[in-house]
Ligand binder design. Structure first.
Ligand SMILES: Cc1cc2nc3c(=O)[nH]c(=O)nc-3n(C[C@H](O)[C@H](O)[C@H](O)COP(=O)(O)OP(=O)(O)OC[C@H]3O[C@@H](n4cnc5c(N)ncnc54)[C@H](O)[C@@H]3O)c2cc1C
Length: 452
């Protein structure tokens, strides 16, 4: 089934006929492999300064960038402590990275407006509900942790304040941060691709890259020679030779309801189109769309041995059913609501859960990715950073801790399959354990060193 986002593209946003594949050899300053948000933001910021080509295996937005939950947030997958501990880093540098993430949310909104991209951007913040004592304890810990770093977000909500934002069942508190916008991701990608082309970027679709080497990118139709080559393949990176163990593709699945009538929205809330989640262990995420639907997603689909990615893995009826069940448990008024769309996609997880961006000046090879499901705004930061790195400029962005960080490689199979799926199961189990025992999960505590 097509995603809601692809289904909603207006006729002027659908790229029919598709952009031509690469045929023949060509020379550019920069060749970018992958037409998702990483590749397109990089091309966008570089374009006035360099001749740029983007090579995309399918079509722009085919990957996670066109399928995600539409949270454009300041979340970064690694903790401030981990960022401060990266080689040569510091607490100040970790905080600078956090501020750069906050600024990236605003920059996505600014660029979309400047380029006339109608992607339903609404900076309504995020509410995360606490619906058990253990979840409330985690909410309090999160706020205390932020304060210990001198940050004034998120704030703690009591039951009334949280319910006023999202009137779910059993709410006893929560947290709120203003640093997030809801958006329609496929419209963002499609509009960004057009903005890149207006700046002179050449985009070839249906041009899978078979090999990346310093100064050279090979496709079936031709070879591109370029001073800099950027790998922007995120969850698909394992499919390229030489990078099979760099990130593990893990699936996230999403459902969307039919548009809800106004009187239901009066009961539910989300009046500022806040994105929402819950302080549970297995990640769930939701947004109220501009046309009044609820989009709700979560992890829980299995990792597939050998880091395989297949169209059929986007559809896990068991996970779709569980998402619906979870949504109705939060909002019983949705019990009779029709689910019109259900889809999924692969996101990239590095072994140390820390996204990175970088460029080796000796080879001209660059990369960005491993966003662990927090990529919508992080790709923008990556694109601006890659611009500076490619142009050889030393800026505040190129000094951030994640720049040139190298995550360790994943274990070979079958250890990778065993470890990742054990982690995913443990998070489900931890939520069940907390429901039954009404205490913080022991399983989650044991798994924490592996997943943070
Ligand atoms: C279901 C789901 C929900 C998510 N929800 C959120 C969210 O709400 N908020 C958030 O911040 N993040 C979310 N994420 C993560 C976010 O979408 C990604 O981190 C981000 O889109 C990554 O962008 P990207 O351009 O690096 O990768 P992608 O968008 O995956 O793009 C990679 C592109 O490379 C192409 N490609 C791969 N191999 C080759 C090759 N050999 N040659 C040429 N092209 C190639 C692919 O076809 C693809 O188009 C979600 C992810 C998923 C899957």
């Amino acid at each position: 089934m097509t995603s809601l986002w692809a289904d909603q593209l207006g006729p002027d946003q659908i790229d029919v006929p598709p952009r031509a594949p690469l045929t023949g050899d060509a020379d550019y300053d920069v060749a970018i492999v992958g037409g998702g948000l990483t590749g397109l933001w990089t091309a966008y910021y570089l374009a006035p300064h360099a001749r740029v080509v983007v090579l995309e295996a399918e079509h722009v937005g085919f990957g996670a960038s066109g399928r995600n939950g539409g949270w454009c947030s300041a979340l970064f997958p690694a903790s401030l402590e981990s960022l401060a501990a990266l080689g040569g880093s510091s607490r100040t540098a970790a905080l600078a990275q956090h501020q750069a993430m906050v600024a990236s949310v605003a920059e996505v909104g600014r660029a979309a407006e400047a380029e006339g991209i109608d992607c339903d951007f609404a900076a309504g913040g995020t509410v995360v509900l606490a619906r058990s004592a253990a979840q409330l304890e985690r909410a309090r810990d999160e706020v205390a942790h932020a304060r210990s770093w001198g940050l004034d977000q998120p704030t703690l909500l009591d039951a009334d304040q949280a319910t006023a934002r999202l009137a779910a069942t059993r709410v006893i508190g929560g947290t709120f941060t203003p640093d997030c916008a809801a958006l329609q991701p496929m419209r963002l990608v499609a509009g960004l691709a057009r903005a890149c082309e207006r700046r002179g970027v050449v985009i070839h679709e249906h041009s899978p890259v078979r090999r990346i080497e310093p100064g050279l990118v090979q496709t079936d139709g031709g070879t591109v020679r370029a001073g800099s080559v950027i790998r922007a393949t995120e969850g698909y990176t394992a499919q390229l030779p030489d990078t099979r163990r760099e990130v593990a593709p893990v699936y996230s699945l999403v459902i969307a309801t039919e548009p809800l009538p106004d009187q239901l929205w009066e009961q539910i809330g989300l009046r500022q189109r806040e994105t929402f989640s819950e302080h549970r262990h297995l990640i769930v995420y939701g947004q109220r769309t501009a046309d009044g639907r609820l989009v709700f997603g979560g992890r829980g689909a299995p990792y597939h041995a050998g880091s395989r990615i297949r169209p059929e893995f986007d559809h896990e009826p068991r996970v779709f059913a569980r998402l619906r069940e979870t949504l109705v448990d939060l909002l019983p008024v949705l019990a009779g609501t029709r689910i019109t769309h259900a889809w999924g996609g692969a996101l990239g997880i590095p072994r140390d859960w820390c996204a990175s961006v970088g460029l080796d000046p000796a080879t001209g090879l660059g990369w960005a990715g491993g966003y662990v499901g927090d990529g919508v705004s992080t790709t923008n930061l990556a694109g601006r950073t890659l611009r500076d790195l490619v142009l050889g400029e030393s800026t505040a962005l190129t000094g951030l801790p994640w720049v040139n960080h190298r995550s360790p490689r994943w274990e070979p199979e079958p250890l990778r399959w065993l470890g990742i799926n054990a982690g995913l199961r443990a998070m489900t189990l931890a939520d069940v354990e907390e429901r039954v025992t009404r205490r913080s999960s022991v399983v989650a505590r044991m798994m924490r060193p592996l997943v943070s």
